[in-house]
Design a protein around this ligand. Structure first.
Ligand code: RB5
Length: 143
């Protein structure tokens, strides 16, 4: 799967860990690439654009808490970014919300847990059915 991945300086280490762990996937790494302090909205936008354009199927965005970068990613029309702290949230964000971006907080969860969350999130399909009309309603709020 082609995955757009982004972080700010606080999420850089976890971004690199995820890219290494999920080597079977193709990552479009839109940055940041250094530990210099930077602004998470810039990278949320770049990753979100890759997903809505279809260049990437899904996105993963990481900052210190995951809060800022998820808020920013959700401002990109067509993005449904879910900030997940455990595997259950990851599973539900795919099954019920059809989240197309996973947001992680590198200063909030351990690296092993982050990998497990991403594993669940990447393999779980949207259930559709009764959830579909709700996701469509989210899109209507945007327009
Ligand atoms: C950077 O210090 C930090 O504010 C950022 O990574 C993120 O946690 C914001 O939501």
């Amino acid at each position: 799967m082609k995955i757009a991945i982004a972080s700010d300086h606080a999420g850089l280490r976890l971004k690199n860990i995820l890219k290494k762990h999920f080597a079977e996937h193709e990552f479009i790494d839109v940055g940041t690439h250094t530990e210099d302090s930077c602004d998470y909205p810039d990278y949320a936008l770049l990753a979100g654009e890759k997903v809505v354009s279809g260049e990437a199927e899904k996105g993963i965005v990481i900052c210190g808490t995951g809060i800022g970068i998820s808020i920013a990613a959700n401002k990109v029309k067509g993005i449904r970014a879910a900030l997940c702290f455990n595997e259950f949230m990851a599973e539900m964000s795919r099954k019920h919300n059809d989240a197309n971006v996973l947001a992680l907080g590198a200063r909030v969860i351990g690296e092993d847990l982050a990998v497990r969350i991403a594993e669940v999130w990447l393999k779980t399909e949207f259930e559709g059915g009764r959830h579909e009309k709700r996701v469509i309603k989210i899109g209507k709020i945007e327009s």
